[in-house]
Write a new protein. Sequence first.
Length: 187
Amino acid sequence: MSTPIEILSSRVSHRKLVAPAPSKEQVDAIMAVALRAPDHALLRPWRFRIYTGDALKRLGKHFAAASANADPSIDTDKLAKIEAKSLRAPMIIIVSVIVKEHKKVPEIEQFLSAGASAQNILMAAHFQGIGAMWRTGSLCFNPFMKKELDMEENESIIGFIYLGTEEGDKRPIKAVEQGDHVVWYKD
Ligand SMILES: Cc1cc2nc3c(=O)[nH]c(=O)nc-3n(C[C@H](O)[C@H](O)[C@H](O)COP(=O)(O)O)c2cc1C
């Protein structure tokens, strides 16, 4: 049996994610962990939009509409490819941050909290044997996605978390040496 540390350090992103999607119980467990993200002043600045089933086709239409708005000269082949991106996994969770005014908590801390919640999603998925990958790309930063997803004015997408059953072998994990990344001070 693997130890929690072995499980934590064996997380790896998986690109080929197929049905079945995580169950409602599995997603509830994932959300319980996501909502435990560190959060200065308990602002709860995150939102999680969960798409699965036919809602993924609707999400693809939002992707295409936002892309066409951002670049009216985009060709139809490219738009079709963008629309199909929502079908790369049987579930997508869009993680966003809704930045709140707070004299002690700058915007960057709220983005970091949302990032921590996204990482918690990856880990909670991994613990349950569910494949996952965090993606961004131009849609993440496309201002027209705001209208498409009925986002708030002060809301930003920080990632699309693709979830599903892993198809094919896991990518080998490349060990990262501590090297210059880790510095001790203990005198
Ligand atoms: C904020 C963020 C955005 C990312 N966006 C993408 C992306 O759009 N496309 C992609 O191929 N990988 C993206 N990645 C990287 C993958 O999620 C993954 O971490 C990377 O391929 C390394 O694989 P590993 O997670 O197995 O170590 C992103 C990672 C982060 C943290």
